[in-house]
Design a protein around this ligand. Structure first.
Ligand code: UT7
Length: 322
């Protein structure tokens, strides 16, 4: 049996840190509300001109270095993002050029905040089928470009960053299962109302801004993530106690705590980065995974559960023997 094993992880956060106090100065919000309702204390924002590809290049180089392979061995790049540098070519192609890997397959995958988990799932199918041996899987966003500082319900949440992993075909267990879902009936609850085909607006960044019904998204996220935890455990015939680490999408500490409770997991077994990173959408699980690994908490042989929920709605999980 062929498994996809994580060989190395990497991440990158822009230098510029924006605290809740900084936001208090430019909009009608306060540190107490943001911390109480979301768990966020600060977030990183890309410098002017710094793009998704700039950030993911650094994350990818770190993941490749950690994996100990030669970059030339990579035979596919999948980049999960909702905020590509350009409409086309894909940011994966721009990244491929930066890494000097002409000829290998490269494509973006947009499943909003679930993009990285979806990308892992797609990569796993290519590896299990024998179509690819080593895949660079990334999640990266510059959501700061899609913020509307007139809307305090979203502007305090989203932020920038990038993460990457190298997956390799192996006989040793790695990814045990992935589960991905979508329900387009809820598209109106979380998204942006501009685009190529519908058109852009004559305002900042073409009118690109995140529109979210936070309360409804919150309820659905808690319910759906609870269900996917059950689905993942059942598919692998595992008990809740078999999971060593929960590595969740970092949208809101309250959502993360609800999922941990569902798993009977103490918060010490959950990798939390939302306090420092905010919600980096496609990058968030990748960043949290790298933090878990580099801090020495996630160790070889641990069973880790990755999960995410986002616009679409989309949701998914990956159960992995690290
Ligand atoms: O990553 C993709 C998935 N996204 C998510 O999972 C996000 C899910 N949603 C959430 O995390 C939460 O719903 C939010 C953090 C977005 C909002 O928290 P909430 O507890 O649902 O607050 P709310 O929207 O119900 O608003 C409560 C109050 C309102 O005031 P009133 O109407 O009660 O007077 C808001 O106007 O809090 C007010 N409020 C704020 N106050 C200070 C909303 N945003 C802010 C703010 N600062 N930034």
């Amino acid at each position: 049996m062929i498994y996809s094993r994580i060989m190395g992880t990497g991440s990158y956060l822009p230098e510029n840190i924006v605290t809740n106090k900084d936001l208090e100065k430019i909009m009608d919000t306060n540190d107490q509300w943001i911390q109480d309702r979301t768990g966020i204390k600060q977030r990183h924002m890309a410098a002017e001109g710094e793009t998704t590809v700039d950030m993911v290049e650094q994350a990818a180089l770190r993941a490749i270095e950690a994996s100990g392979i030669d970059a030339a061995e990579i035979d596919m790049i999948i980049l999960g993002t909702t905020t590509p540098d350009l409409i086309f070519p894909s940011s994966a192609c721009l990244l491929q050029e930066r890494l000097g890997l002409p000829g290998i397959a490269a494509f973006d995958l947009n499943a909003a905040c679930t993009s990285f988990v979806y990308s892992i799932s797609v990569a796993d199918q290519f590896i299990k089928s024998g179509m690819a041996k080593k895949i660079l899987v990334c999640g990266a966003e510059t959501l700061s470009r899609a913020l509307d500082y007139e809307d305090r319900t979203t502007a305090v949440l989203f932020a920038d960053g990038a993460g990457a992993i190298v997956l390799e075909a192996s006989e040793e267990p790695g990814i045990l299962s992935t589960h991905i879902h979508a329900d387009g009936r809820y598209a109106h609850l979380l998204g942006a109302d501009v685009g190529v085909s519908r058109g852009f607006k004559d305002s900042n960044n073409g009118g690109l801004k995140i529109l979210m019904n936070g309360r409804e998204v919150f309820k659905m996220a808690v319910r759906t993530l609870g269900q996917i935890v059950d689905e993942t455990l059942a598919a692998n015939n595992l008990e809740k106690s078999d999971i060593d680490w929960l590595i969740p999408h970092q949208a809101n500490l309250r959502i993360i705590m609800a999922t941990a409770k569902k798993l009977n997991m103490p918060m010490e077994k959950v990798i939390v980065t939302v306090d420092k990173h905010g919600n980096t959408s496609a990058a968030s699980v990748a960043l949290a995974l790298d933090e878990g690994v580099r801090s020495g908490r996630v160790k070889r042989g641990d069973t880790i559960l990755l999960e995410a929920f986002g616009g679409g709605f989309t949701w998914g999980s990956a159960l992995i023997k690290y």
